[in-house]
Each structure stands twice: as structure tokens, then as C-alpha cells.
Design a protein. Structure first.
Lengths: 300, 161
């Protein structure tokens, strides 16, 4: 069975298109392989496996005034350590830095996390929160740019067809605004753990007025795809950031979990655990601690 | 597929099957049986090797992906005269080896850490070793061995002699 799979290692993007353009069999792309190799142990192998981990044009981080472009084969380690990303998009670097372990992060890639599309994928709430655009090279060689929701469509599902390749991720930057962002993750252990809950937030913070002009919050692991918490955002947007803000934020997180997973066996746990995680998120986002007691006291 | 690669300073040219894992290739074709496949899914770290000085789980790399790369395994750490490296000797001195099963992967993770951050703190050591499971030592002696191998500690020990 192993001998019937072809391996290919194109060195440039045009070589990828030349390789897969006319090929009708099942194509698997491999970069980090940290999800794919495990899956290959259980599934029917593809007919060709194409290594994209050594294509220079598919990795790298380019910073422009209006956006940041990240190659799909950029490793999570490289993302987590990038000084400009750490400064301007901490939600992304914090997410990348909490995936797996050092060994995993040295191989796993941003594109791979998208393509796996698992409900608990840590980069996914961050990308959705940041309004990321996903660049795809189709098997026929066309380049497309899509919104996050048009690519990640279900549990383990993307809209990609056989032979389509995620090539890059484009994150718009808001000029002239004080964007704060943060990511928080809850797993069974502190590291090397799939998220039981994760949260990503981006906020336009008016420091002199101590008020949020805009707020985006996305939760992962409470549904097949990351969930934008619109009700929470409506409730907290433009509010003064004080203790009651914090309490309402935490209540709204519990309400969001109640709306997302009623009846699931993890519901009772996650509706409480999200409160603690929300405190972590607020600390990361706003640099302050809110009191837990008032929020917890009203939870049944 | 034919690959060429450098392992522990020696160049090789080998035929590998498309889905052959690097861990399998290193152990079975090159006879480098130091690394262990503890889980086969990147959760235990017993198969850790360095690719270009970066620790990776070799069970989650396909052999054909390391064409042109420089790999270091546990067998590659010893000094030219065959004596143990400073880090390996520190493991021995601090009792950081009990059953020994995690040890090759654990030492490679520590080696990768020290190559990148030669004066790492205890917090940084523990964070860097999160991907290596040890059921025997409780990590205490392992952390001590790495601490003893940081450049500041080594220099201080030399100055004290």
C-alpha cells in the first residue's frame, strides 16, 4: 500500500500547479504534517503526497502599512516569535504559542491549522476575530481570496476541493487605532492539550475615555466552527471599562455557551469554565483583573 | 524517492517510501535506534531529534521531507573522542536517567533548547520540555541537569575550580 503512493517535492509555486494541474487522483499536501500524518495512519492514503514545507515563497511574514501577509507554510513557532506580530497581533502569537509543544510548533503551520478545521483549532478564533482573508491556489492554478467563514465550513470541513492549496493569510490592519487583542485557552493540561475552550478578542480601546469603541470576540470549541459572540459584543460595545463591564462580560460568556451547546454533556462544565477563561482574556486584553465573585454568585 | 541528507555529520543518499516516517527511517535504515517511538502521534517526545537545530517529533515528519536537511540524533551528541557531551554528563551526574526510555528524546529537546537559549531559566526549561513526557523522574533532576549546563553555570563552575 505504501509503495503505491507517489511523493513529490516541488520547489516553487508554479511547480505545484504543473504537478497537480492535470492530475485527477487524490492529492494530499503536507507541510508540518502534525495532523496529516496521524490521519494517514487511519485513512486511505492519497495517490500523491506533495511536500510544501520547503517552498520559500509559501513561508514568511510580510508587514505592510495596511495588512500583514503570512505564508501558509509559516510554522507556528515562527509566528509566535515574530516581534512585529507579538506587538501588533498578540491574539495570533498567543494562539500560535499555545499549540502543542515546542516540537509540534517547529513543524505545524498556519495553513495546516486552517485546513484541519477542527472545532478546537487554536488559530481559528484568532483568524476569524482578525477578519483574515485566506488565499487559495486552486488545482487549476487560479488564485482566490476568501473570507474565513467561506473556507472553514464545518467540523473538519473546508470548502477546498481536491488539489486546492492554501497559500497565504492576509490580515488587515486598522491604521490610527489602538487595537488591543488577546487569546486565552483552556485545556486539560497547561500544554500539549487540545482546547476545551478558547477565546479570541480584538478591541479598539479609547484609553482617555476608558471605553471600547469596537469589540470582537470569537469562541472556539463550542460548536463545529468558531462562533462570533454578537450578543456579547452588542452588550459591551462602547461601555466604560469598569467592574460592571467585567461582570457583564463574564455573564455574556456564560450566556453564549448556553446558546451554543445546550444539552451537550460538556455544557455544565463549559458554562462555568468560560468565566475563568474570560477573566484570563480580559487580563490579556485590557491588562486588568476583574472580580470574579459577583459573576459566579448568580450562576446556578 | 531518493533523498540526500546529513545525519550527525555524515552525508547519506537513500531511497525512501512516500509515507515512511523519519523515525522509522532513522531507526531501521540508518540503525540509529536511540530515539524511541513512544506514541507515534507527537504526544510523548520520545522520538525527538533536531532538524537544523530545532527539536521535532520524528514520528510526525515524513523522511522525504528532510531532503537536503541536517539532522542530529542522540548518537550525534558525543564528543569526537567518544566521551559524553557536557549535557549528557550532566544528566548522568544529576540522576536524570531512570528507566531511560524518555532519555534520548529528552536530551535532544534539552540540546535544542540550549543551542537556542544557552542561559535559559528554570521556567524556560520547563516550558521547553512540555513536549517530553517522563514517568520516572518527575522532571526535577532533568531540570537540574539542564540548569547545570547553561553557559553561566558552566562558567561559574570553571571559575570556582
Amino acid at each position: 500500500m505504501m509503495g503505491r503512493v507517489q511523493a513529490a517535492a516541488p520547489r516553487t509555486i508554479p511547480e505545484i500547479s504543473a504537478l497537480v494541474g492535470g492530475f485527477n487522483g487524490r492529492i494530499a499536501y503536507i507541510a508540518g504534517g502534525t495532523d496529516l500524518i496521524i490521519a494517514l495512519d487511519h485513512e486511505t492514503p492519497p495517490e500523491v503526497i506533495v511536500d510544501i514545507s520547503q517552498i520559500a515563497d509559501l513561508a514568511g511574514i510580510d508587514v505592510y502599512p495596511t495588512h500583514i501577509l503570512i505564508g501558509a507554510a509559516t510554522t507556528l513557532a515562527a509566528l509566535a516569535e515574530h516581534p512585529v506580530l507579538r506587538d501588533r497581533l498578540p491574539v495570533l502569537t498567543q494562539a500560535a504559542g499555545q499549540v502543542g509543544s515546542v516540537q509540534i510548533r517547529n513543524r505545524a503551520t498556519l495553513g495546516g491549522n486552517i485546513a484541519s478545521a477542527v472545532p478546537a483549532g487554536d488559530l481559528l478564533p484568532a483568524l476569524k476575530c482578525l477578519d483574515a482573508r485566506i488565499n487559495v491556489l486552486t488545482r487549476a492554478g487560479a488564485g482566490t481570496a476568501s473570507e474565513f467563514d467561506d473556507i472553514v465550513t464545518g467540523m473538519g470541513e473546508t470548502s477546498l476541493s481536491n488539489g486546492d492549496l492554501i497559500t497565504g493569510i492576509c490580515i488587515p490592519l486598522a491604521r490610527g487605532k489602538t487595537w488591543l487583542s488577546a487569546f486565552a485557552k483552556l485545556g486539560r493540561r497547561t500544554t500539549l492539550s487540545i482546547a476545551r475552550l478558547n477565546l479570541a478578542a480584538v478591541a479598539d480601546y479609547d484609553r482617555p475615555q476608558n471605553r471600547l469603541r469596537e469589540l470582537r470576540v470569537v469562541a472556539g470549541a463550542i460548536g463545529p466552527v468558531p462562533v462570533r459572540l454578537h450578543a456579547l459584543e452588542r452588550r459591551l460595545r462602547a461601555r466604560i471599562v469598569d467592574q460592571s463591564f467585567g461582570e457583564d462580560f463574564l455573564h455574556a460568556l456564560t450566556a453564549a455557551v448556553d446558546a451554543a451547546i445546550p444539552g451537550r454533556c460538556s455544557h455544565a462544565y463549559k458554562r462555568r469554565a468560560v468565566v475563568g477563561l474570560g477573566l484570563d482574556l480580559l487580563r490579556g486584553l485590557l491588562g486588568r483583573d476583574f472580580e470574579l465573585a459577583a459573576a459566579v454568585s448568580v450562576m446556578p | 524517492m531518493l533523498i540526500t541528507l546529513c545525519v550527525n555529520g555524515t552525508d547519506y543518499q537513500c531511497e525512501v517510501a512516500a509515507l515512511e516516517k523519519l523515525s522509522h527511517f532513522l531507526r531501521e535504515t540508518l540503525g540509529l535506534t536511540g530515539l524511541k517511538e513512544g506514541c507515534g502521534e507527537g504526544e510523548c517526545g520520545a522520538c525527538t531529534v533536531l532538524i537544523e537545530d530545532q527539536p521535532v517529533n520524528s514520528c510526525l515528519v515524513l523522511a522525504f521531507q528532510v531532503h537536503g536537511k541536517r539532522i542530529t540524533t542522540i548518537e550525534g551528541l558525543e564528543n569526537p573522542d567518544g566521551s559524553l557531551s557536557g549535557l549528557q554528563q550532566a544528566f548522568v551526574n544529576h540522576g536524570a536517567i531512570q528507566c531511560g526510555y524518555c532519555t534520548p528524546g529528552m536530551v535532544m529537546s534539552c540540546e535544542g533548547l540550549l543551542r537556542k537559549n544557552p542561559d535559559c531559566s528554570e521556567v524556560e526549561i520547563r516550558h521547553a520540555l512540555a513536549g517530553n513526557l517522563c514517568r520516572c523522574t518527575g522532571f526535577v533532576s532533568i531540570v537540574a541537569a539542564v540548569k547545570a549546563s547553561t553557559t553561566l553555570t558552566v562558567a561559574a563552575a570553571a571559575a570556582a575550580e
